[in-house]
Design a protein around this ligand. Structure first.
Ligand SMILES: Nc1ncnc2c1ncn2[C@@H]1O[C@H](COP(=O)(O)OP(=O)(O)OP(=O)(O)O)[C@@H](O)[C@H]1O
Ligand SMILES: [Mg+2]
Length: 511
């Protein structure tokens, strides 16, 4: 029932414990008063010399025992109180007790806010509804909520919020941020890298699901040495390479315009010594042709089965185009095509990217772009490509850079901290990670570039040059795939995904 808010009513907004204790104290006081009255009356009777015995000990004992029981009740109430009720009382007191600052700017007699707390997978959801308050005040309580959580919940803070579309209530999500801040996957060998057909694991419990993501291209931003390339290698490239190729022309194309560490790996494309990037454009064009062909095959499957089928249901494996340092590569294309090479220009490059980014996902072809500066990177991206980047990551984030990747409203729950390499804010529109969250990307305790070289050789079947390594990696990858895919099979919701993964394992073994 809704009731009127009162400014000087601190006790009213307390949890039941102090109220029960106060009731116990009152009962104890009654016991004391009864005893005092008994003593006073006895002394008066005595002084008059009357032969009359005054004995209130029954009533005194009654009040004393009752107060003892009430104190016991307060202890039981406090210890047995559920976490949900505990949090509810704290939040309600913060919002209603005027000594906490009255964040909703309520006036005497106005309707009090209603607070509902429910458990979520990682923490709690707090729903706040207040008819009398301004909706802007109800939707800017992150700091108040995070600050008022103490004792058992001191490590909890607001990590996300969502507003009711009709502007009635706001849901705040709180989680133990201290525990999750330090969680990180550490892979000591290639075998530890989890493999799944559609899931890209950042941590054991955090993954991006390609089968659910709406806009599946990825933009990875962050200053120099912030961990972008390592993250893409550990989360996307190594697992996809471990899956092996499919029978539909899948490929992993890596472009390193800086000709840095990545370019030392086989099959990685870098600009020619004369600065030409025409061969890179040709590789991207070929990637796009394969995409078109894969889509055609999927359409045939759809026709023959009379229903929509997804790339991962027909035996396809992810095909990836990774452009490291996107701004550098863009700068290398001629702004205008020359007469002798009419299809070698920046416009051709951008046109291909647009097609891959917007139409690739349905054929299992994914684009990953890394940029050193979010502002320059997103500025240089066509809006169609930018919008197709549903997977967004910002390494060693700052609020200024983050504004180029997310809306101010989505960022309102994020706080800047001291970050190290591999620390990032990320989101994906896969229905699981839509809200921006902080995460530590996996730490690799083995040579990532060596592992990448081995897997690329294995992937493209370089038997002549890398025969020995191929054998070693193949064994390692196979054993890892067996474990990972068993787990994937167990957890995969659809049988088709599970089957595909088992299929992937078989192919990995035969490769
Ligand atoms: N997840 C991580 N955990 C711990 N350290 C990491 C992590 N990722 C990267 N590093 C460290 O940061 C260094 C830089 O990483 P990386 O080369 O991936 O950054 P980058 O953003 O791609 O840099 P550049 O702009 O130079 O290409 C690595 O050599 C590694 O030591
Ligand atoms: Mg890099």
């Amino acid at each position: 029932m809704m009731s009127g808010w009162r400014r000087d009513a601190s006790l009213r907004y307390c949890s039941p414990t102090p109220k029960i204790i106060l009731f116990g104290v009152v009962l104890l006081l009654f016991a004391g008063i009864t005893k005092a009255i008994e003593l006073l009356a006895s002394s008066i009777v005595c002084s008059f010399g009357w032969d009359y015995e005054i004995n209130f000990s029954g009533i005194t004992t009654f009040f004393a025992v009752l107060s003892g029981l009430v104190f016991l009740m307060s202890i039981i109430e406090k210890t047995c109180r559920s976490a949900r009720r505990d949090i509810k009382y704290v939040i309600r007191r913060t919002l209603c007790d005027s000594s906490y600052g009255n964040p909703l700017h309520l006036k005497d007699g106005e309707i009090e806010p209603s607070v509902e707390v429910s458990k979520t997978e990682k923490g709690f959801k707090i729903r706040i509804d207040c008819i009398s308050a301004n909706f802007d005040d109800v939707s800017s309580l992150e700091t108040f909520i995070s600050c008022c959580l103490r004792n058992k919940y001191a490590d909890y803070a607001v990590v996300a919020k969502d507003e009711d579309l009709s502007g009635r209530y706001v849901n705040y999500y709180i989680e133990n941020v201290v525990i999750s801040y330090y969680q990180q996957s550490v892979y000591s060998s290639l075998a530890d890298i989890p493999v799944h057909l559609t899931k890209r694991y950042i941590r054991n419990d955090v993954y991006i699901d390609y089968s659910r993501v709406l806009n599946s291209s990825a933009i990875v931003a962050g200053r120099s040495r912030s961990g972008k390339t390592t993250a893409i290698i550990s989360v996307f490239l190594l697992p996809i390479l471990k899956l092996g190729r499919d029978d539909f022309g899948s490929r992993v194309i890596i472009v390193d315009p800086k000709s840095a560490e990545l370019s030392l790996c086989p099959h990685v494309l870098s600009p020619a010594p004369d600065g030409s990037v025409e061969h890179i454009l040709n590789a991207i064009r070929e990637f796009n042709l394969v995409r078109v062909e894969r889509q055609r095959k999927i359409n045939e499957f759809c026709k023959s089965q009379g229903k929509a089928v997804k790339w991962f249901e027909v035996g396809m494996k992810p095909s990836v185009l990774f452009l490291d340092e996107f701004v550098s590569i863009s700068d290398m294309f001629p702004k205008k095509a020359s007469k002798d090479r009419p299809d070698y220009s920046l416009a051709d490059f951008q046109g291909l990217l647009r097609q891959i980014a917007t139409q690739g996902a349905s054929a299992g072809c994914f684009l990953i772009i890394s940029v050193a500066e979010a502002s320059v990177g997103t500025g240089g991206l066509e809006s169609a490509v930018n919008n197709a980047c549903g997977i967004r990551m910002l390494f060693k984030p700052s609020m200024d850079e983050a504004r180029y990747l997310w809306s101010s409203e989505a960022l309102s729950v994020m706080r800047e901290r001291q970050y190290s390499a591999g620390d990032a804010w990320f989101s994906a529109d896969d229905g699981i990670n839509n809200k921006i969250s902080f995460i530590k990307f996996p730490r690799l305790e083995f040579g990532e570039y060596g592992a990448l070289s081995k897997l690329l050789s294995l992937y493209y079947d370089d038997t002549d040059k890398h025969g020995v390594e191929r054998e070693a990696t193949s064994t390692e990858a196979r054993s890892s795939e067996a474990t990972s895919c068993e787990a994937a099979t167990r957890e995969a919701s659809g049988a088709s995904v599970a089957n595909e993964c088992v299929g992937a394992d078989c192919e990995g073994a035969s490769a």
